[in-house]
Design a binder for this molecule. Structure first.
Ligand code: ZN
Length: 301
């Protein structure tokens, strides 16, 4: 049997990555700057048209996009980007934009797509409940349950949960344009730069920024463990490159849980539970190809 080909679009705020192949093997890909919908989408479409001629028809297309995004397949606005600071993309419908490729299309958020890739082909393989956290320009959390991303009426926005602000961080107003000092407002990359003037990795290891960051992210992990009872929490993104941060988070989680959760009693168990993702910056495009494969199987939830 001839392998089917799928298309993937990783639609990011600064670039679109488009690929053709399978989730395990990318045959062709291109990176297109995210400017305005007309230019970016027409470049993406011409890439896929060319690949269809050279490689053959696509059995399905998957899109993992920046949000907010309507991913409710019962909604009349399914596939539409909501209000975004990238104002010319507000209300733009990505599903409609790629309809001319004439294949089934599946769409999810960028963080859910990357989480799906990690859950199926990365560090969350063979686990039932996989939580994927990315800490960078924002904080995103994808909840993957039995290889499907959790979707509600809208998509979850766990990065914006309210947490108690640390007493040593009293004067900081936070950077979230909506909530000020929500988790993303306190612990995203831009929050760190606003508070200290540089990124976490640029600060000496004994600088209090490191322990403050670990405290905020360990509270997130604690809340996620209590909410979802995950098999694994994968935590990545630019901020997680700071040396020692993952171990500090694990140690804090041990302290915070106080032995309350039966399966998380020892540091070894915490280390097995909270880990780095494995697919790096490929997770988004691999996840989009997985969505394309599912579109072909009509597995839209
Ligand atoms: Zn917020």
């Amino acid at each position: 049997m001839v392998n089917q080909l799928y298309g993937g679009v990783e639609a990011g705020g600064t670039k679109f990555v488009c690929a053709v192949g399978t989730p395990n093997r990318i045959l062709k890909s291109v990176t297109i700057p995210t400017t305005n919908p007309d230019d970016t989408i027409s470049e993406a479409l011409s890439f896929f048209r060319k690949q269809k001629i050279e490689l053959g028809d696509l059995a399905g297309l998957g899109i993992g996009s920046f949000g907010p995004l309507d991913i409710n397949s019962d909604s009349s606005a399914f596939g539409r980007i909501g209000k975004t600071p990238k104002s010319n993309w507000s209300d733009f419908n990505l599903m409609t934009a790629f309809a001319e490729l004439n294949c089934p299309i599946n769409i999810d958020t960028d963080v859910n797509a990357a989480g799906l890739a990690e859950a199926i082909l990365g560090a969350g393989r063979n686990k039932k409940v996989v939580l994927y956290i990315t800490v960078g320009t924002g904080i995103g959390v994808g909840v993957i349950f039995n290889s499907l991303s959790f979707r509600g009426r809208d998509h979850p926005e766990i990065g914006h949960i309210l947490i108690q602000q640390d007493s040593q961080d009293d004067g900081f107003a936070g950077v979230c344009p909506y909530h000020g000092n929500c988790l993303e407002g306190l612990a995203s990359g831009p929050a760190i730069e606003k508070r200290w003037g540089v990124s976490l990795s640029q600060l000496p290891i004994d600088h209090p920024a490191h322990s403050l960051q670990a405290r905020y992210l360990s509270v997130l992990c604690m809340n996620l463990i209590l909410s979802f009872s995950p098999d694994v929490i994968l935590i990545g993104g630019g901020v997680m490159k700071a040396p020692g941060l993952l171990d500090n988070i694990r140690n804090n989680v041990m302290t915070l849980l106080k032995g309350y959760v039966p399966s998380v009693q020892t540091l070894d168990e915490v280390e097995a539970l909270i880990k780095m993702p494995r697919l790096g910056n490929q997770a988004g495009i691999i996840g989009s190809l997985l969505l394309g494969e599912r579109a072909s199987l009509i597995l839209l939830e």
